[in-house]
Every structure is written in C-alpha cells, then in structure tokens.
Design a protein around this ligand. Sequence first.
Ligand SMILES: Nc1ncnc2c1ncn2[C@@H]1O[C@H](COP(=O)(O)OP(=O)(O)O)[C@@H](O)[C@H]1O
Ligand SMILES: [Mg+2]
Length: 450
Amino acid sequence: MERLELLRYLDQDFKIMDVTRGGGSAHIVKATALRELSQFSLKKGVTVALKSPKNPNAEARQRFKIEYEVLNRFKNHPHIVTPYGLTQCGERYPILVMEWVERSLASYTRDQNAHFLTPDIAGKFLKQAGAALSALHDQNDSVGYLHRDIKPDNLLLLGNNQTVKLSDFGCVMPLGSAPERELLPASSSHGLVYYGAPETLEDDETKRVYSRESDIYSLAVSMIYLLAGTTPFEGDAAGTKRKELVVRKRDSTYLDDAVAFLLSERIPKHQQEVLRQAIDGTPGNRQPSVQAFLDDFFREKKDPHGLYFAERYKTIEEVLGDPARNVFGVTQEIGVDRMLTAYEEMVKYASEHTVTSSLVGDAKTKITTRAQQDYRILEGHIAGASALENAAKKHPGGYTNFGQELVHYFRVWGDEFSPFANPQQKRIHATDVLDFSDPRYKEFTFDPRK
Ligand SMILES: Nc1ncnc2c1ncn2[C@@H]1O[C@H](COP(=O)(O)OP(=O)(O)O)[C@@H](O)[C@H]1O
Ligand SMILES: [Mg+2]
C-alpha cells in the first residue's frame, strides 16, 4: 500500500522508467521530470534517480536528511553524485532526488569478459574515487566526514564509462564524533563483511571503531576487486561466518598470501605492497590519509625516475603477456630483444642515477622465469651432444628446422645460453651443440660465432 502511495505521489512530477534497482536499505527509481520542477532546479525531461528507504521509520528519515545535507555540501565535486533535492511523500517517505548514474563499478566489472579491469582503467577509477573520499574526509573550512560504506556497489559510473561518482551517503558520520547508534550502517548492508575493516565488524556495536583508515581499507579492497574480480575474503570464504572473516582480516600471513595470489600477475610489486598495507588488520599500520595512499600507489608514475622504470617494465610485461608465445617466430625474437634491452636500460639507469626501484628486481624475476622455461625446452633438445643427431633426425622438420629452432633460442637468449647466469648452471655455447661447418646446416645465414 505504502509503495503504491509513494509511486502515485511521484507520478505527479515524474515519469517512472524503472523501479527495479535497490541496495540493502533503499529503493532506487529511474524517472524523468514531466515538467520543469523549480524546487529541484530541474528542466523538463531530465532523468533522475529517486531514492527512498525500504523501511521508512524515524531513523531512516534522519539518515536521509543527513545524506542529503552532506551530498549538498559536495554538490560541485566532479566525483560525488549530484543531489537535486530532498522531498517527502506524506508523513513517512523521504525521497532523495539526484542525478541518474548509469551503472555501478561492481556491475561494470562483472560485465567485462575477464570479470576484472585492466590496471590502467582500475587505476583511473581509483584516482577518481580517491579524490572524492579525500575531499569528504578533509574539508578545508569545516569538519570532514567518514563514508563508512565504500565498495564497488556504491561507486557509480556515468554512461561514458569514464567518470566515477561516489554515492550512497546513507552511513556518513562527521569525523571526530562518537558513533551514534542510529547512524551505524544497516547490518544488512550487502558486502559489508568483505569491504569493512575488521575493527568495524565487531559483534559488540559499542566496540566498533570508524576512522579515515577504515575508509581507506574499504577503498583498497574495492581496488583489489576491480583488479582481480574478487576480494581477498570471498571465494572459498563463501559461507564463512563473520567472526571467522574478522579473524582472517587480522591474519598477516593470510593477507600476504591473498594479495600475492590475486595481484602478483596484475600489478607491480610496490603497488601490491601499498594495497597490502592499506588492508592491514591494524588501523595504525595503514596509510594515514587517502592522499598518502594514492601518492604511494601512483608513486612510480609520478617521479621521473619512477616513470623511466615503469615504462620499461611495461614493455617487459607486454612481451611476456603476448599470447602468441611463438618462441620461434621473428616477432617473438624481436619481442625478447626489446624486453632484454628494456631491462638492460633499467639496470644502467639505476646505476647512473644512483636510484633504486623495486621494478628492476621484478623485471629480473619475470625474465628469468621465462628464460628458464625456454632453457628447459632447449635442454630437452640437446640432452647430451651425442643425442643431438638423434634429436635432429626425429624432429618433424628434419635438420633444417631443428637447427633453426636451436639457432633461434640462442639468438633470443644469447649464444651463451644462460641469461643472468647462475654460476652453478651449465653454460652452453651455441658452437658446442651446432657444428656450423656441417653442410646440413649450411642453409642458415645466422652464425652465432660471428
Ligand atoms: N544516482 C543513482 N543513479 C542510478 N542508480 C543509482 C543511483 N544511486 C544508487 N543507484 C543504484 O541503486 C543501488 C542502491 O542505492 P544506494 O544509494 O547504494 O542505497 P543502499 O543504501 O540501499 O545501498 C546502488 O547500488 C546503485 O546500483
Ligand atoms: Mg549502497
């Protein structure tokens, strides 16, 4: 009955397009203004979102008032959803009128083929969401606010898929105030157990602690979701009780492993470390401000040294990520050459500028791993020089292709096959395994001795 009453009320001013959306505590209606609505400064035909509480009690009315007030303070922020006004249907239903934002980052991420975003795109969204949260925390002229419900469902994305808008201010709380009971997030808030910091998930409500650091925690878990399509606390955690999750959230080893598992193939090590720090179980170990968190995360990109390393690291990642993996093709050869050149440039730059970057070590690890894979294949081919003849005979392409394969490996990794040589590792020289004076190899133009 009451919903009907609400919809009838809205019908006077709006054409209702869609009534299906909703989060844990509110209904969202998509609507367009039927005429000019001066009380909301709306022109006829503008599409808006109308938010009303599922349970319209006194507490909800109070929350909506605060939500609107705070949104209104940040009316001009490019990354905070724009409110148009707060109205009331009858005695009970507060209605928040705001700009319509096409989708949430949660649904956008789910809709990608891979179910996660590229580091570049995720990074762009993190910057925007971080700018909004930072502004919310630290206002120049007056007291800041905690958001307390940062998660991909509450980070909305405009239709252009480029612009993030922080939304759902239903749990905001002024910084420095004692958490009042009626301002606590609804316990039904979907995703709270995954995105909430452990100190905010205490069973005993009076023991819950909210801070900038707990918002930073949720922002970092959101970023992990964008990059990996899951949080460190989902998956096998399905069905895990809240209490057990809180224990995990304070288990350093669990966190180290989870971050490495989800992110080691996706972002450079220093960025993994920044996210790991931000989701530490102890608030004091996290970055003290959103800005510090963002500065740390984007550090390599900001300073010129970092940029030099980051660009070359990217080249290496591109080569290693090439799905063709055609080791014998010319492109692969050129690719590996580009990759080794990039690495050598990093080492040279580091020594000339006496700077360090974790990317140099990361690059070395990645290249070495790949070299060792190729080395094992090579070893299989030449297992003892005596077997060489047999290997060549057995090779489907005969001497020509067999020799060509070996030559390519040597060409790719150097004629002394063993880049970043481990002294214990046998070094094999091309001329040890191929006799280029043998007429059967005469078709090759490349001779590693020259
Ligand atoms: N301005 C908006 N435009 C379009 N959709 C919105 C808007 N605000 C919220 N939504 C959608 O409705 C859902 C619930 O709204 P939200 O404000 O988060 O309330 P709840 O307290 O129920 O989580 C959001 O996750 C989002 O999908
Ligand atoms: Mg929400």
